[in-house]
Design a protein around this ligand. Structure first.
Ligand code: ATP
Ligand code: MG
Length: 256
């Protein structure tokens, strides 16, 4: 079963055609990385999936619900953690979690807050104001907040942008444990290493369409053979990405 199915999705802002026929299928319970350069349309796509933005044409379903005709069911089945932190800095981590649990009408908000703080290694920090947190702690709290109410899918828009390497690795750990508990995770990233480390499948959004999609192994097979011989080691996702987005043949070949 697919958590997300997207077919020929189009979205323009005035003259700017951002999504020009996006097709996407995300298997339930997997970690799926949507990769693309600045301005490729990653945030636009996840906003459409979370019903924050209407598409111009095409269809998208989340957990079987249509984003345009069943927005409430879609919203109830997913949680979006935006590109910019949604926590309230004057509250403590614990208070933020209790607040969101109340908003989502959970039966035991305080118990949920305690459990999530522990799960994200924030128990000690939980009594401090979020204003005093490091970037990595804030990001982990963000992800913890997105889990309140056990959504079956979590969308993380650039979960580690701006974090130092150590905080990034901690956040990756949190994302991995999310997926181990059965949650479908869709993350957008500009960090190829992030997709490489985390994702079961990777899609590359470029010039309005998904130009390639597959497992890291699938994508590796696309690397031109001479280049692989040249570097001897296996191609990194960075090599693959750069070769794909700079090769007109590949992107044309992927168009219907
Ligand atoms: N509300 C809007 N009105 C007009 N243009 C917009 C709007 N939202 C996004 N755009 C434009 O659409 C394009 C795609 O933006 P989007 O935010 O989806 O990219 P992105 O892949 O998330 O980029 P980044 O990696 O920088 O977050 C950009 O050129 C952006 O300027
Ligand atoms: Mg974005």
């Amino acid at each position: 079963m697919n958590a997300v199915e997207v077919q020929s999705l189009h979205k323009s802002f005035k003259d700017l055609d951002v999504l020009q026929g996006v097709d996407l299928r995300i298997p339930s319970g997997s970690i799926y990385a949507l990769l693309g350069s600045n301005g490729a349309g990653k945030t636009t796509l996840v906003k459409i999936l979370s019903t924050l933005l209407p598409a111009d044409s095409g269809t998208a379903t989340v957990n079987g619900f249509d984003v345009s005709t069943e927005p409430q069911q879609v919203r109830a089945s997913l949680s979006l953690t935006g590109q910019f932190a949604a926590t309230d800095a004057v509250l403590t981590g614990w208070e933020n979690l209790v607040l969101i649990a109340r908003l989502r009408k959970q039966p035991e908000p305080q118990k949920i807050a305690d459990e999530l703080l522990e799960q994200f290694d924030l128990t000690d920090a939980g009594t401090r104001k979020v204003a005093t947190y490091s970037g990595g702690m804030r990001r982990r709290l963000d992800i913890a907040m997105s889990l309140v109410g056990n959504p079956s899918m979590v969308i993380l828009d650039e979960p580690t942008t701006g974090l130092d390497p150590q905080a990034r690795i901690q956040t990756w750990q949190s994302i991995k444990s999310l997926a181990e508990s059965g949650t479908t995770v869709l993350l957008t990233t500009q960090y190829l290493e992030e997709a490489e480390q985390l994702a079961d499948r990777i899609a590359i959004l470029h010039e309005g369409t998904i130009i390639q999609e597959g497992t890291l192994e699938d994508l590796r097979k696309l690397m031109p053979a001479p280049h692989i011989e040249q570097v001897v080691q296996q191609a990194t996702l960075e090599d693959i990405f750069l070769s794909l987005v700079s090769s007109p043949n590949v992107s044309e070949g992927a168009q219907p």
